[in-house]
Write a protein that binds this ligand. Structure first.
Ligand SMILES: [Zn+2]
Length: 377
């Protein structure tokens, strides 16, 4: 029994919603006629996460479904027309003409042909050897396997990815989506199509539940899964009479917090040098602001030789700053215990404090405002 924690958000335990005690173990294979039948029903238990809402099965499929499956829907004219229109719109919307697009789980390669007809340069990724043979017969490049966090698509980066009717099978949901993101360029696009669980719920369709579909996506949970993987959803649509849910996504860039590492060194050095330079000229230096920014800066920079810290809050006055152990004093202290320079750390009150220094307290010395570098006012 596997630990039942949510595949998307990690919450445990999951709530059991529906139990079907008797369903086929594998809905992608019909049995051969005649002979002894090695065929046993399985119990299907649909779980739901009360935190993020993802409906899911805990158990892995009983059989090695992916290694050598052969199921195709591209013989249907309705499906062919749907796929051709979708591929054409995807290529047109994202300017993919002449650019490489990877389809993860490309099946018999029908959709690759749709992408090619729309002007893209399609590449397939497919675990089934029988399907890869069919794709090769169509003349398309096709690699073996799937993607994961540690193994993005071979031949990356691609301009875009497509993955249709795959995500509902994937146990390592977060890893798979991370692998998709890592397979495309920084401004790349993607198209993810899954069966619509909205449709299942709206119409009481318990018969949409299959042992090999381990994830059941609503608009909300598909969007959440994509966003958590750094794939911004730009459009969410329904296709094939509402059967499918389609997320159009874009590789989302986020600012890198690593840049703060440089700021620590830069700001602390600038502050220490400023205070040391003032003191070498015989000048006295104080800080203004015993709030979070000030306390953090004074502690991190380990500046020696500050006289005190000014703060307007009477609740702070008379106490010592943590780590740096400086006296917290009221603004009037500037008059009877004067300094020549002030390091301003209460940035939100910058203008108010400068005005107070100059106009009310008659301070004529240097005011150094904390920032990427010290700004001298
Ligand atoms: Zn969850």
């Amino acid at each position: 029994m596997s630990a039942e924690c949510c595949r998307l958000c990690g919450t445990a335990p999951l709530r059991t919603t529906v139990t079907l005690p008797r369903v086929p173990a594998n809905i992608s294979r019909l049995l051969p006629p005649g002979g002894p039948l090695d065929d046993h029903p399985v119990t299907l238990r649909l779980l739901q996460c009360d935190e993020c809402g993802l409906a899911q099965l805990a158990e892995a499929p009983a059989e090695h479904y992916y290694d050598d499956y052969l199921m195709t829907v591209s013989h249907s004219p309705q499906m062919r027309a749907y796929q051709q229109a979708q591929a054409a719109e995807f290529v047109a919307r994202h300017g993919l003409t002449g650019r490489r697009v990877i389809e993860v789980g490309c099946g018999d390669g029908h959709y690759l042909a749709c992408l090619a007809a729309a002007g893209a340069v399609p590449v397939g990724l497919e675990p089934s050897a029988r399907f890869r043979d069919l794709v090769a017969q169509r003349g398309f490049e096709c690699h073996a396997g799937y993607v994961s966090r540690d193994a993005p698509a071979p031949g990356r980066p691609y301009a875009a990815f497509v993955t249709r009717q795959v995500l509902e099978h994937v146990l390592d949901l977060r890893g798979f989506l991370a692998g998709l993101r890592a397979s495309i360029v920084a401004d790349g696009a993607g198209l993810i199509e899954v069966p619509s669980f909205e449709q299942t719920l709206e119409n009481g369709r318990f018969f949409d539940l299959f042992p090999d579909h381990v994830n059941y996506f609503t608009d909300r949970t598909l969007r959440l899964a994509c966003e958590l993987a750094g794939l911004a959803v730009t459009w969410l649509t329904r296709g094939m009479n509402g059967e499918y849910l389609v997320a159009w996504v874009q590789h989302a860039l986020f600012p890198d917090a690593q840049s703060l590492e440089d700021a620590v060194r830069r700001t602390c050095t600038a502050l220490a040098e400023f205070v040391a330079q003032q003191r070498s000229l015989g000048r006295r230096v104080a800080a203004w602001g015993a709030g979070g920014k000030g306390l953090t800066t004074l502690a991190a920079a380990q500046v020696a030789g500050l006289e005190y810290v000014i703060d307007s809050d009477p609740h702070k006055v008379g106490r010592l700053t943590p780590v740096s152990h400086l006296r917290v004093v009221p603004p009037e202290t500037l008059k009877h215990e004067p300094v020549d320079a002030i390091v301003l750390t209460a940035l939100a009150y910058r203008e108010e404090i400068i005005r107070q220094c100059r106009e009310l307290l008659g301070f004529r010395g240097t005011i150094a405002v904390l920032g990427p570098t010290l700004e001298l006012v």
